[in-house]
Write a protein that binds this ligand. Structure first.
Ligand code: URA
Ligand code: SF4
Length: 216
């Protein structure tokens, strides 16, 4: 049986992509095994690489404040990243690095089975909302595969553009009510859909991946 410790151990020894040789420490992520909320950032920066823990630098401090302002403890959410090793000089992760690392994040999501996934920044957003713009969809809850996914700006963006600080604070303040709704209304992942819903049928209308909840 897979578990989060096994995933973390594999990540720490991983050499699947070109980020392995330059990292000090891989950063598997941290949080409770069955957290209801999972936050997914981009990749470790300097401090995270040094400590082997996610979001421990300046943007991490802001993220911790945002989580607290939303009424949660940092220790009750799971915090992970799209890539588990630091891209040199904090450059963007490359598509092949994201692909190489994806299996770890997939396993973490499956094991934790969170009710809510919060994406932080464009690389984690892209997985659920490939053609959306953060300026349009930030803070909005969408139901995807039986979970709620909310795209948020990356906390680091607010450190560079102070105007985004308030936006992030406002978006995080809605987490309590989003979770309360998720606990009431979100069904578990549906069994596999028929391969091809009839054209124009209700199934076809519903089969869009990112169906927006009418309740939010
Ligand atoms: N930025 C991220 O995206 N992840 C971290 O862990 C730290 C900073
Ligand atoms: Fe492995 Fe992911 Fe690190 Fe690449 S970034 S070496 S795939 S753990």
């Amino acid at each position: 049986m897979d578990d989060l410790k096994t995933v973390a151990a594999e990540v720490r020894g991983c050499k699947l992509c070109g980020l392995a040789p330059t990292r000090k420490n891989a950063v598997p992520g941290e949080g409770p095994d069955h957290a209801e909320i999972m936050l997914i950032g981009e990749g470790p920066g300097f401090n995270e690489d040094a400590q082997g823990r996610p979001f421990v630098g300046a943007s991490g401090q802001f993220l911790t404040e945002l989580i607290a302002s939303a009424g949660f403890k940092r220790t009750e959410v799971f915090i992970a990243n799209v890539v588990k090793c630091r891209p040199p000089g904090n450059r963007d992760p490359l598509p092949d690095e994201i692909m190489a690392c994806q299996g770890y994040l997939d396993r973490q999501i499956a094991l934790i089975n969170p009710k809510i996934i919060i994406t932080l920044g464009r690389f984690s957003m892209a997985r659920w909302f490939p053609n959306e713009r953060i300026s349009v969809i930030h803070g909005r809850a969408k139901q995807v595969d039986g979970r709620i996914v909310v795209a948020m700006y990356h906390p680091a963006a607010a450190l560079h553009q102070p105007a985004l600080r308030q936006t992030l604070e406002d978006d995080f303040k809605r987490m309590q009510s989003i979770l309360a709704d998720a606990q009431k209304k979100v069904a578990p992942p549906a069994p596999k859909k028929p391969a091809m819903p009839e054209r124009g049928s209700k199934e076809e209308e519903k089969s869009g991946d990112a169906e927006q909840l009418s309740l939010f």
